[in-house]
Design a protein around this ligand. Structure first.
Ligand code: AMP
Ligand code: MN
Ligand code: MN
Ligand code: MN
Length: 280
């Protein structure tokens, strides 16, 4: 079974529409696809509708990737199988969306001070109906020939401590877990090996995440060395967290692909263990 529990559409910083994403997943023979945009579930309905038109059965898991702040780190919490119509959840997401809007304005002001004016309009048009993310700022800076690529945009302007960095006011890890549980979903700690924190801090994060009701952690994701992968597998076992995996697909590129990482080591309990997946 080809399962991918982490992907983005143009409702956040992905480049494909929900329909294009579904078409790509169908073509790649993906069986289960979670759509996990940053702080929004806006893509899910279109994806489900489009998917219903295919003969080939593929299950869409309605999901989200919530941005949180934890001791100065930007920590991402995935919510899988959330109820995308839950009014309380949608209201809460609206607050997060406003925090994104506010931060975007502040980043634009900082860029202006750094000699790059009028970026906000460009960023808004790049984001369209979706959430404004730093990826959109990176894209705008590339288009304006201020930087050569996204990596440089983060290195010079958007990364932590750089010229146009604005410490975000995201919710806490505990709140994110609670929001997801209240919406009937499964909270999963996203890409734990990407946070550039010491093992001591990561262990602290895992303990805290679990104490709030966190259920799973991503053990397999892109740009991960075999050593880190081994470590994440060991943490999942040690802290009794279920294992998740995903491509974190944003747009077609040479580094990752939908459904690319679909094998979990056998000793782990998959996060979908008790989900009753329709696709066997
Ligand atoms: P935000 O949630 O608005 O802070 O944006 C974070 C997004 O920017 C992440 O989800 C990544 O897709 C992207 N990103 C973060 N760091 C980098 C980086 N160093 N280079 C390229 N993209 C990045
Ligand atoms: Mn992203
Ligand atoms: Mn993330
Ligand atoms: Mn992601």
């Amino acid at each position: 079974m080809k399962i991918d529990l982490h992907s983005h559409t143009h409702y956040s910083d992905g480049r494909l529409s929900p329909s294009e994403l579904v078409m790509r997943a169908q073509n790649l023979q993906v069986d289960v696809l979670a759509i996990t945009d940053h702080d929004t579930v806006a893509a899910v309905q279109e994806a489900v509708q489009c998917n219903a038109e295919y003969q080939r059965p593929m299950q869409i898991i309605p999901g989200i990737e919530l941005s949180t702040s934890w001791h100065g780190f930007d920590i991402h919490v995935l919510g899988l199988n959330v109820d995308v119509e839950c009014p309380q959840f949608l209201e809460r997401l609206n607050e997060q969306s406003q925090a994104r809007q506010f931060r975007a304005e502040e980043i634009a002001k900082k860029l202006q001070k750094a000699g790059v004016p009028n970026v906000l309009e460009k960023v808004k048009s790049l984001a369209g109906k979706g959430q404004i993310t730093r990826s959109h700022f990176a894209q705008a800076l590339v288009q304006l020939n201020v930087v050569n690529d996204h990596e440089q945009a983060f290195k010079l302007y958007l990364g932590k401590g750089k010229k146009a960095h604005m410490a975000p006011k995201w919710i806490s890890v505990g709140d994110a877990v609670q929001w997801i549980l209240d919406a009937g979903g499964t909270p999963v700690l996203a890409h734990p090996s990407h946070y550039k924190m010491t093992a001591k801090w990561l262990r602290r994060l895992l303990v805290e995440f679990k104490s709030h009701g966190g259920i799973g952690m991503e053990v397999i994701h892109p740009r991960q060395s075999p050593v880190l992968r081994r470590q994440m597998i060991n943490y999942a076992l040690e802290y009794e967290l279920k294992a998740s995996l995903g491509s974190d697909f944003h747009y077609p590129n040479q580094w990752t692909e939908l459904g690319k990482y679909h094998h979990l080591p056998e000793q782990l309990t998959p996060v979908w263990h008790d989900w009753n997946l329709k696709v066997a």
